[in-house]
Design a protein around this ligand. Structure first.
Ligand SMILES: NC(=O)c1ccc[n+]([C@@H]2O[C@H](COP(=O)([O-])OP(=O)(O)OC[C@H]3O[C@@H](n4cnc5c(N)ncnc54)[C@H](OP(=O)(O)O)[C@@H]3O)[C@@H](O)[C@H]2O)c1
Length: 362
């Protein structure tokens, strides 16, 4: 059951008629009493209820750093969490939003100062701690990343968890020796957030990139990102043999299920498959043959938990050589915080192209 509990809980963002000052000069003790707006999700016996509520800093899950959020974004996982289509929250109630970018409002960490521009991505936001769909977020210092050189706050959320995950995939592919000489890279879920960004990254690194997509009307978009050819996911012939003809030098897979099984059977010797998503299913059916006869590698990508050094490296490279060249094309939409509840269904339906940035605050 999905119950938009709006109207009942929404209160104007004022206290005693005075708009609260959330500027960086505000000290910790004062900001704890300030009420702010959050998009909060509550687990129900069946599904979720979700809507805007007023909160105070003390209500938030714990951490040393309070961030005044400027932007967040929408990821497939955010849509699943907010609509209850899958159980994402591992707590009874949390603010939604798996990532955000903003400015440090108050801090007990020596690593960050008030006024620093930062981002938070993965790290259990909207899973085990309150997420980025809120005017204030409070997180442990290990979750906070200084805004990389070369990126503005909006850029960081245009890239968001999707771009961060794409960067992790490229880094793991590089580490495992994937090179353009292996042959074309197939990207599945191509018009989605991760797919769109990883296509540009791979094309910029000299790979030939083929897109597997369900959207035949988006070929021009995919071409602009760097795709040279397309496969239609609705009419894909996957075969059933343990090893099909080796067509792909490697792959980045955002959909899982039957498609991932087929990829293991159709990647050329010593190719790598970065497994990122499950938009079409969580089951993987294959045999050991691709691994023991072709030396194919399946690389798991986890954007949530990782060593801090890898998190920082990926973000640093997102401001440098992995910075998406087509950010305006990939993330053309910025919606207001109030528009958020109406934006999730198209993600669940798989009809969205590219990324949506959510403006939370100033
Ligand atoms: N491992 C991690 O840490 C991590 C991090 C981020 C995201 N993810 C996962 O990666 C996937 C992509 O995330 P995203 O944010 O890019 O999502 P997204 O923007 O919603 O894109 C998903 C894309 O997958 C395709 N698709 C949708 N439904 C499908 C279906 N039933 N069967 C086959 N393809 C389908 C669509 O592309 P086409 O129409 O072009 O085919 C869609 O645009 C999601 O499963 C997400 O949960 C994992």
């Amino acid at each position: 059951m999905l119950c938009w509990d709006r109207g009942v809980r929404i209160q104007p963002f004022v206290i005693a008629g005075i708009e609260p000052d959330l500027s960086g000069s505000q000290l910790k003790g004062e900001s704890e009493k300030v009420s702010f707006k959050a998009f909060r999700i509550h687990q129900q016996e069946k599904g979720v209820s979700a809507g805007f509520e007023q909160m105070q800093v003390d209500d938030l899950t714990e951490g040393e750093v309070v961030v005044r959020v400027s932007f967040s974004g929408i990821n497939y996982k955010d849509a699943l969490a907010a609509t209850g289509k899958a159980k994402i929250l591992r707590a009874a109630s949390l603010n939604g939003g798996i990532d955000c970018a903003g400015v440090v409002q108050s801090t007990q960490s020596a690593a960050f100062g008030v006024g620093d521009s930062v981002l938070v991505c993965g790290c259990g936001l909207s899973e085990i701690r309150d997420g980025g769909y809120a005017e204030l977020v409070r997180v442990p210092e290990t979750c906070v990343v200084a805004l990389p050189k070369g990126l503005e706050l909006r850029d960081a959320m245009a890239i968001g968890t999707a771009g961060f995950t794409a960067a992790l995939a490229v880094i793991r592919l590089e580490q495992n020796g994937q090179s353009p000489e292996h042959g074309p890279m197939l990207v599945t879920g191509a018009t989605g957030g991760v797919g769109s960004i990883v296509i540009g990254m791979l094309a910029a690194k000299g790979f030939e990139v083929i897109a597997l997509t369900g959207k035949s009307d988006q070929h021009d978009y995919l071409k602009q990102l760097g795709t040279t050819d397309f496969l239609d996911r609705h009419s894909l012939e996957m075969g059933t043999r343990p090893l099909e003809k080796g067509q792909w030098g490697g792959a980045v897979d955002n959909v899982g299920g039957e498609t991932l099984g087929w990829l293991t059977r159709s990647v050329r010797p010593w190719g790598n498959i970065a497994s990122i998503g499950n938009a079409s299913g969580i089951k993987l059916e294959t045999t050991v043959m691709p691994f023991i006869l072709r030396g194919v590698s399946l690389l798991g990508i986890n954007s949530i938990e990782m060593p801090t050094a890898l998190r920082n490296l990926a973000w640093q490279r997102l401001g440098e050589d992995l910075k998406p060249a087509h950010l305006d094309l990939i993330a053309p939409r910025t919606i207001a915080f109030d528009e958020l509840p109406g934006a999730f269904e198209s993600y669940v339906a798989g009809t969205v192209t590219g990324r949506t940035v959510v403006r939370i605050g100033h």
